[in-house]
Design a protein around this ligand. Sequence first.
Ligand SMILES: Nc1ncnc2c1ncn2[C@@H]1O[C@H](COP(=O)(O)OP(=O)(O)O)[C@@H](O)[C@H]1O
Ligand SMILES: [Mg+2]
Length: 435
Amino acid sequence: MSIPALPTVWNVYNLRGSPFFQDTLVQKHDHRSLDLFVGRQAELDSLRRYLHGRDGTRQALGGVSGVGKTTLVQMLKVQAVADHYFATETLVPFMTGDTPETFFGRVLGAVYETILANRPMSGGNPAMQAAQQMVRAARLPTGGGGLSLFGFGSSFAKGVTLTAPKGILIDGPRVLRDLLTMIREAGEVRGLLLHLNNLENLTTGDLAVAADVLLSLRDNLLMQEGLHVILVGTTDAVHDVVNKYPQIRNVFRTPVHLQPLDLPEVHELLRVRYHHWRLDRKRAASPPVEPAAIDRLFEAFQGDLRGLLKALDDGAEECIGLRHPIASAASPSSVPPVALAELAEALQARYYALMHSELDKPRVGPLEQWLRHDPAAVVTQKELMSLWSLSQGGVSQVLSDLVGAGYVFAHPRKGKGAIQYGLSGKSRLIGGIVG
Ligand SMILES: Nc1ncnc2c1ncn2[C@@H]1O[C@H](COP(=O)(O)OP(=O)(O)O)[C@@H](O)[C@H]1O
Ligand SMILES: [Mg+2]
């Protein structure tokens, strides 16, 4: 029996639900399918081509938060599978507090799971059994394991161990090598693509640790034959991790940096989503938001697609059906799209309230000062010291909290100049400069 969906307010646009979800796209997922992927052909081709004809590769992908990095690598993995590499939806994160042991344990778990997912019948192989024991020990809360957040078999394994069995770096590298040899001897399989994600959530200190971890695992992990690694994070995070040590820089390809989609691509992204999410497949969906509003919001969000989609989702939720006469049964599709002015007003109120609930006074004060000064300004820490009358330490603390909460973002560094900061789309909406 198929259970009918409950009606939602989006149905007035002939949509099944909000087309503005912010999750990454997933192969074969009904609502978030990679069929919704647009653009990025040149970057995909470049990352894909680099894998071929090499026994092992190390690439890095940088770009501002929300620009589409994780989604791009999801797509790359689908292509890699078509090219006879093993890959899965699983991402391997770096986490605060990582050591070479914990990180290695997490990678080994991901490699094991990737092989199992691509070749379920290989479970009985001696290399797989050795790996299974080690991974199990690394994930169990007792018996040398430590806290494990890993939902085994779940498609998006975010967690995983923070402590690992003591011996993992003694026997683990051999087990990993045996696994990689096994898959390549199975014929047809060229290697395994590993997606290391999430550098963007790390502090400067954690990034230095991530670089140290990679350095100490260079030969035992990065350089293993048959392993293809792609490291993902913000532009500066990727730069800092790859370039901290020459021994790492020399074995990585120069990082690829993802530029924001252009405006026509953003409209295409939405058009494809509306089409995919339509309720009555025989009719077209009508856009819930006016195209001109999309233009202005995208400009405010400066390439951050996730922020844009969140704003559209939040804004539409506030506005749909509330500011227009209700459609009659005679003309059911007469609800007009939400316009920029009402969207900006609703979002300003919503994000203003959010700011007060998410941030304490010592953060709200400086943020409001910046908004009053110039919401479009791009500033350095030094300029903020005088705007806020705070010490350098004070400024850097406030900044790091505001960046962490998504109110401010750091522009990628250019050469040796000081880092420049700007207000995020969310802050610009609070400041009322959109609309
Ligand atoms: N090329 C693309 N085509 C379609 N949707 C995309 C594309 N790139 C990103 N998105 C969407 O934008 C949002 C943010 O992308 P994501 O990959 O999570 O960004 P990042 O990893 O850079 O922070 C997601 O909802 C994703 O589905
Ligand atoms: Mg991401």
